[in-house]
Design a protein around this ligand. Structure first.
Ligand SMILES: [Fe+2]
Length: 428
């Protein structure tokens, strides 16, 4: 697709490009990069923690392995120190400046536009960001760009803004290390965009500071979580305009998907998709349920509660939205037409749709839908119960000043920038 697309002159990879430092995969990946450059594309690579195995003080303990009939066996791993030379041709070679300690670099994309690619491996786990000298280099690079009158686009691996508010609360160290400092650097210097990876989530989120300065974090979904989407970005430096769209493929070349689309085939191999199979199985065929759950869930414990799980699953797959509306005490909020709709729809189907949009973004249940009213009602009721009975295990996952209801909003519809696939903005 990239080679066929003659409009696109530059390709950027935001890291975790191979499976756990597998050296064979690195060679394969680099061969593909060579194909892109042979077709005339400029190719820039960011590498991240899944791309190497730590040595020395690095906290990254990945080891490459291959699968045998009975398990796995170790194979050659890419070491952290080997990455820079291995990917030298895809960034550092073309760079205006390189920060050798991290591997970060600045390249000119066109007249008036620079890309600063931040390699944010940090200590390999716990802190994934730039250390002090790297931050100094970054600020110098921004100033150099300003002097030349160039706009700056940033890219890094870890998210600079959390895809959902609860993500920051539960997984702060999965964010770019020193993200608040980067927020300030971006806002102070009118840098409007950072492209990120890592989360596997299709997400466009905006940050605005107290002075009204803002930037976007544009994170792109992983192949395995959607129909292989990538971003197509057009920058017009004269008009200072950027347009972002998303392209996907529904074909997996060389894979027998049994007639299924890439998305349908890959979805059920992923954790959210597994639930769509697990829950009905728990109700109808417990042995098959246990077999499928192996490796995902604590099956030893589940086997002990066979009857309870079967009963709960049988209930769960039958509950109608109308019943859920009663539980959430929101029936009176539904119009007569919505009440009829609620009677015809199952709660579990709504849950499956939400799961499908966790990674792909743009969940469809806007505030005017029955599904929104019912789930919003259930979340509000849950908040009241959690507070009344002081349920600490749930209270612990709620960020201060937030609620289950607020957390749920992020998953019901796009309450962020309105569309996780597309956006137009100005670099000014
Ligand atoms: Fe990652």
């Amino acid at each position: 697709m990239l080679i066929a697309d003659s409009q696109t002159d530059t390709v950027l990879f935001t890291g975790d490009n191979v499976n756990n430092c597998d050296m064979n995969s690195h060679y394969e990946f680099r061969q593909r990069l060579e194909k892109l450059t042979a077709a005339g594309k400029k190719v820039y690579v960011i590498y991240a923690t899944h791309d190497y195995s730590g040595d020395g003080e690095d906290n990254n303990t990945f080891q490459a392995c291959r699968y045998t009939e009975t398990g796995t066996e170790p194979i050659e791993s890419m070491k952290k120190g080997g990455l820079f030379d291995f990917y030298y041709d895809y960034g550092p070679k073309q760079a205006l400046s390189v920060h050798r300690a991290s591997g970060s670099y600045t390249v000119k994309l066109s007249d008036g536009v620079r890309l600063i690619a931040i390699i944010d491996n940090g200590d390999g786990g716990g802190y994934c960001g730039l250390f002090e000298d790297g931050v100094e280099w970054l600020i110098d690079e921004i100033n150099e760009a300003k002097k030349s009158g160039d706009y700056v686009l940033l890219a890094t691996h870890h998210p600079v803004l959390p895809p959902w508010e609860v993500f920051r609360h539960m997984a702060d160290n999965e964010l770019y290390g020193g993200y608040k400092e980067l927020w300030k650097i971006m806002c102070d210097n009118n840098i409007r965009v950072v492209f990120t990876g890592h989360t596997h989530i299709q997400n466009i989120r905006k940050y605005t500071d107290e002075n009204g300065s803002w930037f976007l974090d544009i994170s792109t979904v992983a192949l395995a979580n959607a129909a292989g989407k990538m971003r197509k970005i057009s920058v017009d430096p004269e008009k200072a305009s950027v347009s972002v769209t998303s392209l996907g493929t529904d074909v997996l070349k060389g894979v027998d998907t049994g007639g299924k689309s890439a998305y349908e085939y890959l979805y059920y191999l992923n954790f959210p998709g597994i639930w769509e199979k697990l829950i009905p199985l728990a109700a109808t065929d417990f042995d098959a349920f246990i077999k499928l759950a192996e490796g995902y869930l604590p099956t030893d414990k589940l086997k002990k509660h066979r009857l309870l799980i079967r009963m709960l699953a049988k209930r769960a797959v039958k509950i109608k939205l109308s019943t859920a509306a009663r539980l959430g005490k929101v029936r009176r909020k539904l119009s007569p037409a919505q009440k009829a709709e609620a009677k015809s729809k199952k709660l579990i189907d709504t849950v499956y749709v939400i799961l499908r949009h966790i990674y792909t973004g743009n969940a469809p249940f806007t505030p005017d839908t029955v599904e929104y009213t019912v789930l919003d009602g259930l979340a509000s009721r849950a908040d009241r119960l959690v507070n009344r009975f002081n349920i600490k295990q749930i209270k612990d996952i709620i960020p201060e000043g937030s609620s289950l209801r607020e957390i749920a909003q992020d998953f019901l519809y796009n309450c962020r920038t309105g569309n996780d696939d597309e956006i137009n903005f100005s670099l000014k």
